[in-house]
Design a protein around this ligand. Structure first.
Ligand code: PLP
Length: 394
């Protein structure tokens, strides 16, 4: 139909699409804020739908802006492919729901992001998945659990939330491979560094944290092989926790400065950890960059940085930290981590409420444990803020 013959309300809904000439492209990733993608021929549409050719059909199945983010992160992590999700927990939930069926066993750890554990215990258990909950230090337990005939997957974090510790990744991967168990790594705290260790079958990130970096958008990603993608993709489309193209654009923009932010955050974190370790009211600081961290040598060997998260506890175990953690002038009492601004979180309330008293001791969390996410502010200002917070402690 000739546009000149159309009525205004028809023209408004059937614009002529402005395509770029083949030798001309936008330097910033365009936001394809479109649910639907058309092609001229129904057969071609069917081929796109069946993954027989590249092309887009419906944004829940795939979107060019989101695909750009998936490709970038897969490349950074040395994985073949990526599936972006609306949040980090959607990536964890989607991967585990897709890989596990009733009767399978999942091995998971007390040193992990609490909602990941709760997801396993509330939802996977209801589906009939068997669960084995261990400490990352329990190597005999890990070995035995991975050898059980029904064990299908193990999920662990490369820098645990909130302890900032690490499991022995090569040990877990070797045992898992021996028994045909899938390894699922939540790599959120570690950022997009490629570890000098075995590659896991599935690598997950909450993109809400270091990738976006500015605390203004949520997202997640599952990075894996083409083969496993085939097992995951249809489920992920049906679960529907798709990443919005505008969110993908913001995360892609965040990734441009990821390495600069991460470097500044890690430098600040080390300086703060060193300062805190010398403070007379502080009992213990867990930061892998400190020689006192039990895994300092392990992190130094396998990781490219020590991260920007730290956990510390007070000498006065009776001191109620609730009031103090809300008095930060720069360190804001808020959820999340990995952004440009520093955050403070009481660890027991947020991360260990589901653990038994014995497990809390094993996981290294007590009533005075405080998690810090370090931003890119001036380190002297951050120290001044921690100083005024610790001055309140008796
Ligand atoms: N994994 C880890 C280690 C996290 O710390 C978080 C959130 O804090 C998540 C996953 C979940 O990410 P999201 O909040 O984007 O769902």
């Amino acid at each position: 139909m000739d546009q000149n013959t159309m009525a205004p309300e028809t023209i408004c809904n059937h614009l002529e699409t402005r395509l770029l000439p083949p030798d001309n492209y936008a330097l910033a990733t365009p936001i394809y804020q479109s649910v639907k993608f058309a092609v001229k021929d129904f057969d071609e549409l069917k081929r796109i739908f069946r993954n027989e050719r590249t092309g887009y059909f419906y944004s829940r199945h795939g979107n060019p802006t989101v695909a750009q983010l998936e490709n970038l992160l897969a490349q950074l992590q040395g994985q073949e492919t990526g599936l972006a999700t609306s949040t980090g927990i959607a990536a964890i939930a989607g991967a585990l729901l897709s890989l596990l069926k009733s009767g399978d066993r999942l091995v998971y750890f007390i040193e992990s992001y609490r909602p990941s554990r709760v997801f396993a215990e509330k939802i996977l258990r209801k589906m009939g998945v068997q669960l084995t909950r261990l400490s990352i230090d329990d190597k005999a337990g890990i070995q035995a659990a991975l050898a059980l005939p029904d064990t299908k997957a193990v999920i662990f974090e490369s820098m645990t939330n909130p302890q900032v510790r690490a499991p022995d990744i090569d040990f877990i991967c070797a045992a898992a491979r021996k028994h045909n168990v899938l390894t699922v790594l939540d790599h959120t705290f570690a950022g997009f560094q490629k570890l000098k260790s075995e590659q896991c079958d599935v690598v997950i990130h909450s993109l809400t944290k270091f990738a976006s970096g500015h605390g203004d958008v949520m997202g997640g990603i599952i990075l894996t092989s083409q083969k496993l993608r085939q097992e995951l993709e249809e489920n992920m489309i049906l679960l529907g926790a798709t990443l919005d193209p505008h969110a993908a654009y913001l995360i892609l923009r965040g990734m441009k400065t990821f390495h600069l932010r991460r470097k500044a955050q890690c430098e600040n974190a080390l300086a703060l950890a060193q300062w805190l370790e010398k403070h007379p009211k502080v009992e213990h600081v867990s930061y892998p960059g400190l020689p006192s961290h039990p895994q300092h040598a392990y992190f130094s060997e396998l990781y490219h940085d020590f991260g920007s998260m730290l956990l510390f506890s007070l000498k006065n175990k009776k001191y109620p930290i609730e009031e103090m953690v809300a008095r930060g002038q720069l360190f804001k009492l808020a959820a999340s981590l990995g952004s440009t601004e520093s955050l403070i979180t009481p660890a027991l309330f947020f991360f260990a409420g589901d653990l038994s008293a014995e497990e809390r001791i094993q996981a290294g969390i007590d009533a005075t444990s405080i998690r810090l996410s370090i931003g890119i502010e001036n380190v002297a200002d951050l120290i001044r803020d921690l100083e005024q917070l610790l001055d309140r402690v008796n």
